[in-house]
Write a protein that binds this ligand. Structure first.
Ligand code: ATP
Ligand code: MG
Length: 651
């Protein structure tokens, strides 16, 4: 078995050996025929019929995609309801007693909802929302933590055709106010509070603050009493329990939505700048996430599945709620954090629930590495069949750790590249047929296409870094893109690429096999002695060094101390010294080549991260360049910025 490390090419850019999918997996995979790539290519856009066939339509669509110019009306003429697809159809097929949601609380309490239970409560809450005055197309904002009432409220909204607007519970009152306004939403469902690392966190007071900050009236507010802290409720406020019991036994017919009607609004994570509002539509989005749940995550009806994403982000929408429930799987939701009460929380959840498929993020995998392989080793993880990752480029060493210590070298890993804007997965290997390359996402999924281009819009040669552009519309594309509005981010919108395209804002490279390595954001591609390198490339080399857990590199303009600076966190027991610095610098030179010189290595207890756990390099850049930095409230750990400033000053 390959260890995933391979020869270095001339520049030393790492080449990793391919790992074939384990035979036992391949034999049972959802997609087993390699001809799918050619077939989809030859029949595009009709190939997407395959995705549309994974969901039920109340009125069949007339055409997969009538135009190859905007507006892109995927599945034009079709009508459907997302909540019907996630609930009713499974019950009609006889699966009413299958578990839909298994919820694991922070305190060890569990709640199990069969498809029938979920159906009942979604209907009751849908009736309650209607009774509160919510009509079709009214936007309902859901400011809620990871509790079952969140997916219930989402599905209830979907049932009555009211787009939901989920706001991650960790965001501030200001952030909520902005999102209420930007969505023009008059309805809010929130919660008294939730637990995190043993502490109660109060949410309702933040919701109240937001309510005071929005210029327009919130007509109704519904409160889930999760902590059970009785609080005073105003006149336009109701408790969730009271509403649901008032509507006990109610049934609400699923509203027919046209394929192009909005299912939900969501904001991007704001890693690079202001969070952007994205609207996803019912038909194409649901087809895209359901099909990719099957083809990439290999989910089958009855599988038990755990995704660690918070529902407040797109990954949670697409692959905790809509995808798995539309497939008819059991989705495990958990409250709290992966290291509470112990650092084996996730492994214990996997063992107890006999989880088949596990989907997480590189930031979590690096934390698991830091805590140690003894934690997964304490548990029987043999139920696992497939592992997935999303959110950031994964360093090959972290990939390898995941493959060995979680998957026991028996589970394929899908490294799925996608964005809030794409709705669902776009680049990944198909786990039953494609070989894996650690740290490399894979080819564009069948039915999608991508190019790596330079500043003049020309495709770059294999293995050169460039801009990642998507060159074919896809069903999960957001509303704004469907209508042809250009979504190229600033600084790239003047680049002309032949034909329709979408600039993703990410830098990437493609190899001879057509596999794409995502290098991170365009802003994170740096110029080292004339070579364009992704920060991720250098970071991966640093993380290769024994004892290193995480690294972020930035480029510094300053003439005196300019060049490439690395910020590095080490395993808990280690402290950074000159020897470690030298070991890191020489390993980077060895892996990437003599061009890659680190001009400074700064050891730090942590790196600035967004609330969804991504490294925010721009704060590091500000620190390294001695610049002022803006609002740190979008950070999960704002205190680290001050700490880092003093570390850098002392150095
Ligand atoms: P904003 O757009 O507001 O700056 P964001 O881009 O972090 O925030 P998301 O839509 O949640 O918001 O994240 C999508 C981005 O995450 C991608 O553009 C890419 O940079 C990164 N990403 C996601 N999956 C992968 C992956 N498998 N490999 C590499 N990068 C990934
Ligand atoms: Mg983005």
């Amino acid at each position: 078995m390959s260890n995933g490390r391979g020869p270095d090419s001339e520049t030393g850019l790492g080449e990793y050996e391919k790992i074939d999918p384990p035979t036992s997996f391949a034999e049972q995979a959802t997609v087993t025929d390699e001809s799918i790539y050619d077939e989809f290519n030859d029949t595009w856009p009709d190939c997407w019929e395959r995705a549309a066939a994974t969901i039920d339509w109340s009125e069949p669509y007339e055409c997969v995609l009538p135009n190859d110019e905007p507006p892109f009306e995927w599945f034009a003429g079709g009508t459907l309801n997302a909540s019907y697809n996630c609930l009713d159809r499974h019950i009609e097929a006889g699966a009413k007693n299958r578990v839909a949601i298994k919820w694991e609380s922070h305190l060890g309490e569990t709640r199990t909802y069969t498809y029938q239970d979920l159906y009942r409560e979604v209907n009751e809450f849908a009736a309650a929302l209607r009774a509160q005055g919510v009509e079709e197309d009214d936007v309902v904002t859901l400011y809620m933590p990871m509790i079952p009432e969140l997916p219930i409220a989402m599905l209830a909204c979907a049932r009555i055709g009211a787009p939901h607007n989920v706001v991650f519970a960790g965001l501030s009152a200001d952030a909520l106010a902005t999102r209420l306004e930007s969505a023009d939403s008059e309805y809010l469902v929130t919660c008294d509070g939730y637990y995190r690392r043993g502490n109660a966190i109060f949410l309702k007071s933040k919701a109240e603050d937001a309510r005071l900050k929005t210029p327009h009236d919130l007509s109704e507010m519904v409160l889930v009493e999760h902590l059970g802290e009785a609080e005073h409720l105003g006149e336009t406020q109701h408790t969730y329990d009271e509403l649901v019991s008032e509507h006990a036994g109610a049934e609400v017919a699923p509203v027919d939505r046209s394929a192009d009607d909005v299912l939900f609004l969501i904001h991007t994570s704001g890693t690079t700048g202001e969070p952007k509002r994205v609207e996803h539509v019912t038909g194409g989005y649901l087809a895209h996430v359901t099909w990719t749940s099957q083809a990439v995550l290999d989910l089958k009806p009855g599988d038990t599945y755990l995704c660690t994403a918070n529902i407040g982000w797109i990954s949670g929408h697409s692959y905790v709620v809509y995808g798995p429930l539309a497939v008819g799987a059991t989705t495990v939701m958990y409250e709290g954090t992966p290291n509470y009460p112990e650092k084996d929380r996730i492994w214990s959840l996997i063992e107890q629930n006999a989880v088949d498929v596990f989907y997480t993020a590189p930031t979590a995998i690096r934390a698991f590495m830091k805590w140690g392989a003894e934690y997964p080793a304490q548990h029987d993880l043999s139920s696992l069949r497939l592992l997935g990752t999303v959110g950031e480029p994964i360093n090959p060493r972290a990939w390898q750790w995941y493959y060995e210590h979680v998957g026991n070298e028996e589970c394929p890993i899908v490294d799925t590249w996608w964005q809030t804007e794409t709705g669902g997965m776009m680049i990944a290997t198909l786990p039953g047929i494609d070989a894996m390359k650690p740290g490399v996402a894979g080819p564009p999924l069948p039915g999608t296409d991508a190019k790596i281009v330079d500043g003049s819009g020309e495709a770059v040669p294999p293995n050169d870094a460039g801009y990642l552009v998507l060159t074919r519309p896809w069903p999960g594309m957001p509303l704004a893109l469907r209508h042809g509005r250009r979504w190229g981010r600033e600084g790239t919108s003047e680049i002309e690429v032949n034909g329709w395209n979408y600039f993703t804002g990410d830098g990437a490279r493609v190899d001879e096999d057509g596999y794409i390595t995502v290098l991170g954001r365009i802003d994170d591609v740096i110029n080292v002695s004339g070579y364009r390198l992704g920060t991720m490339e250098i970071e991966s080399a640093i993380v290769d060094v024994e004892g290193v857990v995480e690294a972020a590199v930035v480029s510094v303009d300053n003439a005196e101390t300019g060049g490439v600076h690395a910020y590095v966190t080490l395993e808990a027991a280690l402290s950074g010294d000159e020897q470690m610095r030298e070991r890191i610098a020489s390993h980077v030179r060895e892996r990437i080549g003599p061009i890659a010189t680190l001009d400074a290595v700064v050891f730090t207890p942590d790196l600035p991260k967004t609330r969804s756990g991504k490294i925010m390099r721009r704060f590091l850049e500000n620190i390294a360049n001695g610049e002022e930095f803006g609002d740190t409230s979008t950070l999960r750990n704002p205190e680290i910025v001050g700490e880092l400033k003093s570390i850098v000053r002392d150095d």
